[in-house]
Design a protein. Structure first.
Length: 211
């Protein structure tokens, strides 16, 4: 098998597994399903992945690396201010999660909620990615806080609210069959966050508002 064929078969397995996990969850996905859709034998599957758990970890890793690549594209672009960069990051998320490829849900949430009790290893991996994501958001928001001189701006609360807002919006969008749920919800988050970050008198009490 050529290296190109090996890579393409592996990528096909990952793509099929990703779609099955989004549709059924990790636990309901089987190696037989993968082989049937990929048109390979079990021997062919095990040539690429030693077991189902290894495949799950590879799918999760690819999901996270793709997310980092999209984020890096924003963070490495030139913007007049950190606030402009943050606005671009949020606008990119609003656009991205209307794409059918991304509106199916968040792989991190699927693994975290579905495997906490049944697969500690994959739960730990997803937990670590969540922690990385939270840390990166806090760092981004801290830079805005410093730039805008927002002494009491709670970057941790705003970072956690973003994750909670996005994850909840993706779940509701899937339940309603309407990707615009995510766009509406993230747009409101963006509006509230930018208002807090550009109005210092309000930002002195700028933790996310609770009803």
């Amino acid at each position: 098998m050529s290296s190109q064929t090996h890579a393409s078969t592996r990528e096909r397995i990952l793509h099929i597994a990703r779609d099955l996990i989004f549709a059924r969850g990790f636990s309901a996905m089987s190696i037989d399903m993968i082989c049937g859709q990929a048109g390979i034998t079990k021997g062919g599957f095990f040539h690429h992945f030693p077991n189902k758990e290894a495949l799950g970890e590879a799918v999760l890793q690819q999901f996270w690396q793709d997310a980092l690549a999209r984020q890096r594209q924003i963070l490495e672009s030139a913007y007049p201010t950190k606030l402009d960069q943050l606005a671009a990051y949020l606008e990119d998320a609003i656009s991205t999660y209307q794409d059918p490829q991304f509106s199916q849900g968040c792989m991190l949430a699927i693994f975290t909620m579905g495997l906490a009790e049944t697969n500690p290893r994959l739960f730990q991996v997803s937990q670590e990615y969540f922690q990385d994501w939270r840390g990166q958001l806090i760092d981004m928001l801290s830079q805005v806080k410093e730039e805008q001189h927002l002494a009491a701006f709670d970057e941790t609360a705003w970072a956690e609210l973003y994750i909670a807002t996005l994850e909840g919006a993706l779940l509701l969008a899937k339940a309603m069959g309407d990707t615009k749920v995510t766009a509406r919800t993230l747009s409101l988050y963006k509006q509230q966050l930018l208002a807090a970050a550009t109005q210092p008198t309000m930002a002195n009490t700028s933790s996310p508002q609770k009803n």
